[in-house]
Ligand binder design. Structure first.
Ligand code: GDP
Length: 192
């Protein structure tokens, strides 16, 4: 395994429940059903570590995982805009914004997008929050197995053009394993 000692640390639905703000963290964001959990589990090579957004309550919680001492992966909840009632969305927004605004140990963000539907409003919110912190961003375009090679490359080029230089973008598939090593490398660079 890439991280033999990876472990779940804690779930937080309020900022005061975050673990101590020391060491280095990479945040992983992605809207509901983007393939974020599958991507996290593939990158850390631990099946079932990150829970799918279909898990009840998962949309309200930030999950902290320790990759190794002092280095954490932070699974930010995502949602499908239509599916979430107003009050919950407000709570979500407050929690996520608080994380980006206050977390000293944040080193960068990985934003997971379905390659067939990239740069949703949700994704743009994540990119804006990261750039408000000047946190480097790496975009993982997942479910690439659902597109042909040419269409995948075209989608990646479109996203690259839209986000501009300074943000890295890659194709990924949790199903085929394509891009998993590249994503792990990007995560380790953000944490370095
Ligand atoms: P999350 O809600 O963003 O955490 O997404 P999940 O990881 O739970 O994935 C949502 C759905 O997409 C599930 O049915 C997964 O099996 C599927 N999925 C995730 N990654 C891939 C992938 O790389 N390829 C394909 N074909 N399906 C995927």
């Amino acid at each position: 395994s890439a991280f033999p000692h990876v472990r779940f640390l804690t779930s937080a639905h309020q900022e005061r429940q975050f673990p101590p703000d020391s060491g280095a963290e990479v945040a992983v964001a992605g809207r509901s059903n983007s393939g974020k959990s599958s991507a996290i589990n593939a990158i850390v090579q631990r099946k079932g570590l990150a829970k799918t957004s279909k898990t009840p309550g998962a949309t309200r919680l930030i999950n902290f995982f320790e990759l190794e001492p002092g280095r954490r992966l932070v699974d930010l909840p995502g949602y499908g805009f239509a599916a979430v009632p107003g009050a919950m969305r407000e709570h979500w927004g407050t929690l996520i914004e608080g994380y980006f605004r206050h977390r000293e140990t944040l080193r960068g963000a990985i934003v997971v997008m379905d390659v067939r539907h990239p740069l949703t409003e949700h994704d743009r919110t994540m990119l804006d929050l990261a750039s408000s912190r000047s946190a480097p961003v790496h975009i993982v375009l997942t479910k690439a197995d659902k597109l042909g090679r040419g269409a995948g490359l075209q989608a990646m080029a479109g996203v690259r053009k839209a986000v501009g230089p300074g943000v890295t973008v890659q194709l990924f598939s949790a199903l085929s394993g394509d891009g998993v090593a590249e994503a792990r490398g990007a995560m380790l660079r953000l944490l370095a």
